[in-house]
Ligand binder design. Structure first.
Ligand SMILES: [Zn+2]
Length: 458
């Protein structure tokens, strides 16, 4: 199929004018949007035609932080009510039992769940490689399901014996990490427009990696022009750890190891002060905001409004899935809006007479989930429905109980309960059609996944 006409949708393009069309559509040729506009201006036919009367159509959501493998360890009883460090300590020994086939099946599960929630591009952070596991296992599963991915070659090298948090059994030596990083970049990284796969280098966090590996990873990434990603300033105890071990707060430590620039994005970035927000703005560092994970682990509330005011790119991430415990990106959009309002509430919103003090809107939350995420990943070819961009979108049928009585079609999908989307299209190809996954067998994925999850904890 070379052309696809999507017609009669209520769509939000998420272009610079936030154009909304009550009866609009897309004309797609070979994976790219050739035309977007009101029905009267579009071609009347194509090789395939999709009538979306009664549906809302939005740009595909972009997930900027995840650990697909953690879908195997959701709601583990001993880790349900713990803070970050205790949660990690409980789960590390279980993750040490992962095998290559577990990486594959957990990727299928996470991406299936993401696709069913409107996600079309996902960044993943795989930072442990026990028992012969490789990033290749994740890449193979992603290519089967058909979402765009930014696959991070994560790493951990600072084990307990050297003052790090993870047990020595899940850390690797730095030579091996760097050699494998280089192999993956050379084998897979595609930076061209419309790329389905990019490699990212991603030492895990200040408390699991040495400063030397941070520096060497940055050097290698910049030689090849790939992006850098890590967890940063997620919790208050990380701040204490950095002050004690490195003599810097987390952001200062990043500056010290050459980890600032428009090729760097940080997950969480909750515990930052005004000065540090300016550091991100000055150097164009991006932030992956993960509201559900931050609530689940009681980590705190990221200063999203302040980031946006300072001009910092902010995207959304589902994180986890052992700290979420889901991979529903549309739910993350909703939680980003709601959590931003909680922050307003606890900082005196109801007493404020400042008319410029605004609450995060549904559209702004959707912006974070689309264009914000695209900017964080350094992509100009996704994030909005505009001529020449990738044909990545999702659509939701409004004729369902969750949306009964809604007076604003676009806001309905953010204010309303998160639902399973009806269509998800990546590169002009259907991943979800009429609410069903079409590239993988959902029931088989569930069965294989549950079997692997059971084995890990047995
Ligand atoms: Zn994470």
């Amino acid at each position: 199929m070379s052309t696809l006409l999507v017609k009669h949708a209520h769509l939000l393009t998420m272009d610079d004018h936030q154009t909304e069309l009550a009866d609009g559509g897309l004309f797609i040729r070979r994976g790219l949007i050739e035309e977007v506009g009101p029905m009267s201006e579009l071609p009347t036919t194509a090789d395939e035609v999709l009538d979306l009367t009664g549906h809302v159509l939005l740009p595909g959501l972009v997930n900027t932080h995840h650990h697909f493998y953690q879908t195997l360890t959701r709601a583990v009883p001993a880790a349900q009510d713990a803070n970050l460090f205790h949660w990690l300590k409980t789960l590390y020994p279980i993750w040490a039992r992962l095998r290559p086939e577990d990486i594959f099946i957990s990727t299928s599960t996470a991406l299936a769940e993401l696709a069913l929630s409107g996600c079309t591009t996902a960044a993943d952070h795989l930072y442990l490689y026990p028992n012969g596991s490789r990033l290749d296992d994740e890449i193979a599963a992603a290519s089967e399901i058909g979402l765009r991915i930014h696959a991070s070659r994560g790493s951990m090298s600072l084990g307990e014996s050297k003052g790090g948090l993870p047990p020595d059994s899940v850390v690797d030596d730095e030579d091996t990490i760097l050699k494998d990083s280089q192999r993956l970049i050379e084998k897979y990284h595609d930076a061209s427009p419309g790329s389905m796969l990019q490699i990212v280098l991603a030492p895990c966090s200040p408390f699991s990696v040495t400063g030397e590996l941070m520096k060497e990873s940055a050097k290698l990434a910049r030689e090849y022009g790939v992006h850098l990603h890590t967890h940063l300033a997620e919790t208050e105890d990380e701040e204490q750890f950095c002050l004690q071990k490195f003599g810097h707060r987390p952001v200062g430590y990043m500056q010290e190891v050459d980890w600032v620039g428009d090729d760097v994005w940080f997950a969480h970035a909750v515990w930052v002060n005004d000065e540090e927000i300016q550091v991100f703005a000055k150097h164009n560092c991006g932030v992956a905001h993960c509201p559900t994970s931050n609530m689940r682990l009681a980590s705190g509330i990221a200063p999203v409004k302040q980031y946006r005011q300072a001009g910092v790119n902010v995207g959304l991430g589902v994180d986890g899935s052992a700290s979420n415990d889901g991979s529903h990106l549309l739910a993350e959009v909703r939680n980003a809006m709601l959590l931003a309002r909680v922050k307003e509430g606890i900082t005196g919103y109801s007493l404020s007479n400042d008319p410029n003090r605004k609450l995060m809107t549904a559209c702004e939350a959707l912006y974070l989930g689309t264009r914000g995420g695209a900017a964080v990943l350094g992509r100009k070819d996704i994030g909005s429905l505009e001529n020449g961009k990738c044909a990545d979108f999702f659509a939701v049928n409004l004729n369902r109980i969750e949306y009964a009585g809604m007076h604003d079609p676009v806001s309905a999908v953010v204010f309303g309960q998160p639902i399973r989307v009806d269509y998800t299209v990546v590169n002009g190809k259907f991943i979800v059609k009429e609410g069903q996954l079409v590239t993988v067998d959902e029931q088989k994925v569930i069965e294989r996944h549950n079997k692997a999850a059971k084995r890990l904890l047995s």
